[in-house]
Design a protein around this ligand. Structure first.
Ligand code: PMP
Length: 326
């Protein structure tokens, strides 16, 4: 792993090469490891796609220096894009449904971006349409659109997955990750399935989310507090490939809340709700591998800790379940 002891020329060089850390509350025989994406400069997994998408789009001429990136985002992608945008000579505008964390919106503004809010009840679909309207009104603007942009998954195929592979000397048995756009899981899954077609791949979503409709299941749509993963409209997602997943696990908010507290109190991990959902699901997969219910080529189960709980303190993540606003 790169130690970054040498002086670096820009914060962009600190993206990636994040630590892979054992989750202690997992079966001995089948360890669970989490990739700590909080170590990125924007403190989430989305710094990887911010850098990768903008660099590639500039190379391809989708946008020129001095142009604008407009992106509909729940927040972390905005922060990731904003970290990269200024360094690459681009302006950034983000369309964010109101309900998402105020900390994230403050960070996007601090990084020099403009934030346009849309009504929460109109959902992410409305924010996507609004982003395109804004881009159409500007001279040189591009909408990366993480929900349909293959560069999103490619960032993880080229960086996240090989880093995990190297850290575990190629002994990855299963990959478990929450799906927002699905970029993290799809890019990582594609890499490991190419190495070994038997690698187990499991998606994670909150109870109330509709990803299981991709598997032909009927789903009761409902609200959930877990932030950054799940969907209510699978037609908006062009990245998720159900053929690449063995299963989609559903995690209820109450268990997520409890696991967030446990990870902090017992493991020193100040990570947010999607990381807790991933930990729960990864431990479930590890038990099934141990019991022979899942036939994985190796023992290690890998998951992602996507961002930090500090980003959600105002939402009461460490208060009681009832007080957690989600
Ligand atoms: N966790 C958090 C906190 C996120 O912001 C996101 C992205 N929406 C994810 C998980 C899911 O990542 P992906 O979009 O790559 O599926």
């Amino acid at each position: 792993m790169t130690t970054h002891r040498e002086p670096l020329s820009s914060v962009l060089e600190t993206i990636g090469e994040t630590p892979l850390v054992r989750v202690h509350d997992s079966p001995d025989a089948v360890p669970v490891y989490a990739k700590l994406e909080t170590f990125n400069p924007g403190a989430s997994v989305k710094d990887r796609i911010g850098k990768h998408m903008l660099e590639r789009m500039l190379e391809r001429g989708d946008v020129g220096e001095g142009g604008t990136v407009v992106e509909p985002t729940a927040g972390n992608t905005g922060i990731g894009i904003a970290v990269a945008a200024k360094q690459l000579g681009l302006d950034a505008v983000f369309v964010v449904p109101e309900r998402f964390s105020v900390e994230k919106q403050q960070l996007m503004r601090a990084l020099g971006a403009e934030v346009v809010n849309t009504p929460s009840e109109d959902g992410m679909g409305f924010a996507i349409d609004r982003a395109h309207e804004i881009a159409d009104e500007l001279d040189d603007a591009v909408v990366p659109q993480q929900f349909s942009n293959p560069l999103n998954a490619e960032a993880h195929y080229e960086t996240t997955a090989p880093e995990i592979d190297e850290a575990l000397d190629g002994e990855v048995g299963a990959v478990v990750a929450g799906v927002g756009t699905g970029g993290t899981l799809m890019g990582t899954a594609r890499y490991f399935r190419e190495r070994d077609p038997d690698t187990c791949v499991v998606a994670v979503e909150p109870e109330g989310s509709a990803y299981r409709e991709f598997l032909g299941e009927e789903v009761d749509h409902g609200a959930y507090k877990t932030e950054g993963i799940g969907t209510h409209d699978i037609s908006r997602n062009e990245l998720f490939d159900p053929d690449l997943v063995d299963d989609i696990l559903t995690v209820p908010d109450r268990a997520v809340h409890e696991e967030m507290g446990r990870l902090a109190a017992e493991e020193g991990q100040l990570v947010a709700s999607s990381a807790a959902a991933n930990a729960i699901a990864a431990k479930r997969v590890a038990r099934e591998v141990r019991d022979g219910d899942i036939d994985a080529p190796h023992d290690a189960v890998v998951t992602i800790f996507c961002d930090s709980s500090e980003r959600y303190l105002s939402k009461g993540v460490y208060r009681s379940f009832e007080e957690w606003e989600g």
